[in-house]
Design a protein around this ligand. Sequence first.
Ligand SMILES: [Zn+2]
Length: 341
Amino acid sequence: MNYYNKKYKEIVSGKDLETIIKDRHKEGKDYPVTIYKGGDIASEFMTEQRRWEIVSFVDRKLRSVDEVWIFETDDYYNSWWTQGEIISLMYIKAGNGVKALPKIIVYKFDDENNRMIIEEKNTDEEKSVFIPDMPLELHIEMARYFANADAGRQGNENMKNMRLLRSLGTIFQRIAFWQTKRIQKKYMQSDIMSDIMKDMTFSDYKKSIYSHVYEESFTENRIVTCPNPNCQTDRQQKKMTIKAIKDFANPQVIRDFIQSNSEMNGRRHKDEIEARGFFSISPTVMTNIIKNREWKCPKCGSGKKIKIDDSHYRWWPIRLGQITGPNNVIIEELENWVFEE
Ligand SMILES: [Zn+2]
């Protein structure tokens, strides 16, 4: 897990992070290391659902590795993606216990001695201190996000129904609730979401109906971070630190992270909203941006050219023998725009 900026690249003095990790293992050069470099799995203008899909991919990866390295630069905790990694570790801890966490290795700069040092979080206690607890309410909300974003499980065919339920009365909502419980009992594999659903009450289900994850903007709005390093967005003003993440007795940090597009904090249905340092762009505004082949930051005014890139895809499951996707597709193609270099 690595927010590899230029400053630290110089401190590591040409020695690649991968070599440093391999050097610590007796298998040496054969030790398998996975590093995703900037842009490998993520780009700008992805939908919020796609961002979460990547966080859920990282979550799966974190469950399968022996150790996780955190390259703790001073801006590490400031990135949405790295927050996603820490929050995924919290999610694993909340759902499966501290024993399910991989060994955590923090690689960081020691200001006093002017050199890089390595800190291991090896025992359950060390891991437990480093990775904070996640409150139950947010654990359930995270499960909803993963269930609707993870590539293998996203329930796109169900989102419209959930939105429709908002406009219906309690009786219909109750019927839908019992129906969901029945289907869950019959068909769902055992996983965190189904475990949570087993104990789900009607009041939990009501909360679910109003979860941001079922908003149209979750699947349709595009998220972009201003590439201008001097842009004074919320995120850059409030520097995120490990301390803030550790003050997770203050669940606001996870809540802020989850609410990437600010519909949940009372600014619904704006075309372009700034939330925690990035902008959520509605399809209407996106059409204009594509027409001009340029995105202009609403905060600092700087413009940046965009170009089309390889498409993204969204899976629509077959339900009761019916194709559920738009225009009768199973795999929907999503145009993917990125900043020009
Ligand atoms: Zn800007």
